[in-house]
Structure formats: structure tokens, C-alpha cells
Write a protein that binds this ligand. Structure first.
Ligand SMILES: [Zn+2]
Length: 416
């Protein structure tokens, strides 16, 4: 075995292709190892359509970037023929070391994908010395190729949530399979609201699933989502994720605090204290004092905070009956509390009204066989995907990363 044979083996090239030359170009930095491939004159090549062996019609010189050879960049150059097939006419053949249309060898792309699974794309691009835009193109090619193989025949229960690729911009809606603990993401699409539900339905149908099989949908309380689900997934029971109920009240408490702070001085450390509960282990000494002072002086912020805390009591209900009873009791209690006495309390009133509007969907979480913290878990996936797409983040790159990190696509890729 000579040097050419070893390189040929590494490249995965086969007859009629062989290495006809290699040289190290030292006038550029980094130096470039140039490998030339050729097929002997008169060789036959398979037609890309039917595989029939045909003679070459004409040639074009093409070049691909290959894995670095130590610190040197490595390029492969070959005269690639067009063949003349009796059935398909003149066609450019596919070379065994690269996919059609790519300027990189398959081995280069595989190495790139391996890195991208482990680190931010920007860092991976730096290591293999390629423009990050080009690396993104490779990533999105393989992600969509694997995505095409996704089988959703068995999908019965989904959760969905929205996030943004950039702060309050470029929304992306993500759908998960509630029955999958690992790699739950099945679909991600730019935008938020009703149309994302329609697009998911189409995707589901294209991947073997049916809308009528979907019996449960977990989501937040946004009207567009809810009406989209009722329209496109009419058999599904809608469950509002508890995480979103809490989120609404946390935001409301915060708004009350901001309104009240405009009128009078609130105790130090109030801001973070009211986001926590009394038993929270992360409560600092200052925050503990703030809560005590707020409660003893009857600030509006304290009233709002107590409403949020009562809601935690509802959450702890062990059975559907207990939950129903606790929620009724909570609402009754709220009706008796005079929350209308100051406009400062308005945010908390509208949070309570939201609960009333979605009462049934909130209660149905106690009937659901699925864990209730699933959408909350999505948040960490979003954060990881954002970090990986740092430096070049738009809805498409963000979505590619979500698929790569949290959908079965990551595994499918390993088998390509
Ligand atoms: Zn043919």
C-alpha cells in the first residue's frame, strides 16, 4: 500500500477513480494539500438516474474542500464527466466522495456535524476553518434530510410553546411529543399563533400522522393557539400548562409592584422577593425582611403576592376533585377580596379573569396522564439552542439548532 492508496482509502473513493497527484502548495497560508483524482481514459460511470454504466461525454474540473491534513487545508480536484445515457441523455455524474451541489467532501461534512453537536456553530467553524455561513448551510441540509424521515404515525399528545430567536423578535413555535422524555421536539416553525397550528397539521400528515389521533394538546392561554387547536385538532382535549398560569401571576405581581413603586417607597429587595414564595430556599435575608414588611404594612404589592401564593395552594391539589374544589375556593375568595379598591391592583384582576376564562383547560391538567412540567423543560432547550446559534441567529438557524439538540433528528443524523 503506498501513500496514494492510504489517502484513497480515507476518502472512500473506488474504481474507476484513483489518485493521480498530490502536492503541497506552500505559497499560501495555511498551506494547501492538493489531491488530484482521475479515472482512466475510456472508463464507464453510472448514470445518476438509472445506474446504467455509460461512457463519458465531456468533463468539468471541480474542487472540494476535504478534512484538514494536520495544519494544512486539503482540497480534492477531479475532472468530473457528464455521461450520455441512452434513456436519460447527458447528465453530470455523482461522485462517491461528495454529495451533489456541495463544495465539501462527505467526510468533511460529517466531521463538521460532529463538532456542531458538541459546541456553538461559530466555534466549530473556527476549528475547521470555514465561514460560519457555509457551516450553517451544511447543518440545515442534513437537518432537513433527517427531518424528512421523521415518523409521526404514533403521535397522540403534543405540547406547544413559542419563543423568540432574538429578544422579542423573530418568533418560533415549537411542538413536542408529550410521550417522549428524550428528544421530544417534532416540529418547529417561524411565527406564532393560529397559522403555526395549521402548518403543524400539514407536517403531521406528511409524516404519517393524523389530526384525529391527537387526543391531548398542552399549551399556554393565548387565544390564537386555542382557536387554532379547536379548529385543526377537534378531538383533542386542551390542557393549559401550569407553568403558564404561574407566569401570568408572576407578571401581574411584578406590574402591581411597578405601579405601586411610583406612588410610594417599597421595602428594599422587594423586586426579587415578590417573585419567590415564603418557603423558597433562594430567599435572601433582605428578601425575607421585604416580604415581612410588605405583608405587615398591607402594601398592594403584598395583596398581589398573596393571590399568587394562594394559587400555589391550588397547584398542590392531589386529585381532580380536590383541584376543582380548591380552584372554586380560590375564585370565591378572590371575589370577596376587594381588589377593585385601587387601579394599582388591575393587573392581578385581569390575571384572575384569565383563570376564570380558561378554568376547564386549567383543571384538565389533573386528568392528564402527562407530566405537567414539559413545556417548562422546553425553556432550557431554547436557551441551549440560542447559545449554539450565537453570532448568526435568525429563525431558520435557531430552528435547525432546536432540531439538532432536542428532536430525533440528532439521532437520525448519526446514521446518515
Ligand atoms: Zn440513465
Amino acid at each position: 500500500m503506498n501513500g496514494n492508496d492510504i489517502i484513497a482509502l480515507g476518502l472512500g473513493i473506488e474504481r474507476p477513480w484513483e489518485i493521480t497527484g498530490q502536492s503541497l502548495k506552500t505559497e499560501c497560508t495555511p498551506h494547501e494539500l492538493r489531491i488530484t483524482l482521475a479515472a482512466p481514459r475510456g472508463s464507464s460511470f453510472p448514470c445518476p438516474e438509472c445506474g446504467a454504466l455509460c461512457k463519458a461525454h465531456d468533463f468539468k474540473e471541480m474542487t472540494w474542500r476535504h478534512l484538514n491534513f494536520f495544519q494544512h487545508h486539503c482540497y480534492i480536484t477531479a475532472d468530473v464527466p457528464r455521461i450520455k445515457c441512452n434513456d436519460h441523455g447527458v447528465k453530470r455524474i455523482n461522485v462517491p466522495w461528495a454529495r451533489k451541489g456541495s463544495k465539501f467532501t462527505l467526510l468533511f461534512e460529517q466531521a463538521a456535524l460532529m463538532l456542531v453537536r458538541e459546541m456553538p456553530v461559530l466555534a466549530a467553524a473556527r476549528i475547521i476553518q470555514i465561514a460560519d455561513k457555509k457551516l450553517w448551510r451544511i447543518v440545515s441540509h442534513y437537518v432537513s434530510k433527517s427531518l424528512a424521515k421523521l415518523d409521526l404515525t404514533e403521535l397522540k399528545a403534543i405540547g406547544l410553546d413559542e419563543t423568540s430567536a432574538k429578544k422579542r423578535h423573530n418568533y418560533v413555535t415549537v411542538f413536542i411529543d408529550l410521550d417522549q422524555q428524550k428528544n421530544p421536539v417534532v416540529f418547529a416553525v417561524p411565527g406564532k399563533g393560529k397559522d403555526t397550528i395549521r402548518q403543524f397539521k400539514r407536517f403531521l400528515t406528511e409524516h404519517g400522522g393524523t389530526a384525529d389521533n391527537i387526543l391531548e394538546v398542552t399549551c399556554d392561554m393565548s387565544r390564537p393557539f386555542l382557536s387554532g387547536i379547536r379548529k385543526h385538532f377537534s378531538k383533542a382535549e386542551i390542557t393549559v400548562d401550569w407553568f403558564h398560569v404561574v407566569q401570568i401571576f408572576t407578571k401581574a405581581v411584578n406590574k402591581v409592584r411597578v405601579l405601586e413603586a411610583k406612588k410610594k417607597r417599597l421595602p428594599k429587595a422587594t423586586r426579587w422577593a415578590v417573585l419567590k414564595n415564603e418557603e423558597s430556599t433562594t430567599l435572601s435575608e433582605n428578601e425575607r425582611h421585604a416580604l415581612a414588611e410588605l405583608n405587615s404594612m398591607d402594601f398592594f404589592t403584598a395583596i398581589a403576592w398573596r393571590v399568587k401564593e394562594r394559587l400555589r395552594w391550588v397547584r398542590k391539589a392531589a386529585t381532580p376533585q380536590a383541584a376543582k374544589w380548591r380552584l372554586s375556593n380560590f375564585l370565591l375568595c378572590m371575589a370577596e377580596t376587594d381588589l377593585t379598591r385601587s387601579p394599582v391592583l388591575k393587573p392581578i384582576i385581569s390575571a384572575i379573569e384569565t383563570v376564570i376564562r380558561h378554568r376547564q383547560a386549567i383543571e384538565s391538567r389533573w386528568q392528564s396522564g402527562h407530566s405537567n412540567a414539559r413545556l417548562e423543560g422546553l425553556n432550557s432547550i431554547f436557551q441551549a439552542a440560542k447559545a449554539r446559534a450565537r453570532g448568526y441567529r435568525n429563525p431558520q438557524t435557531f430552528i435547525s439548532m432546536i432540531y439538532l439538540l432536542a428532536s430525533p433528528v440528532g439521532n437520525l443524523l448519526k446514521s446518515t
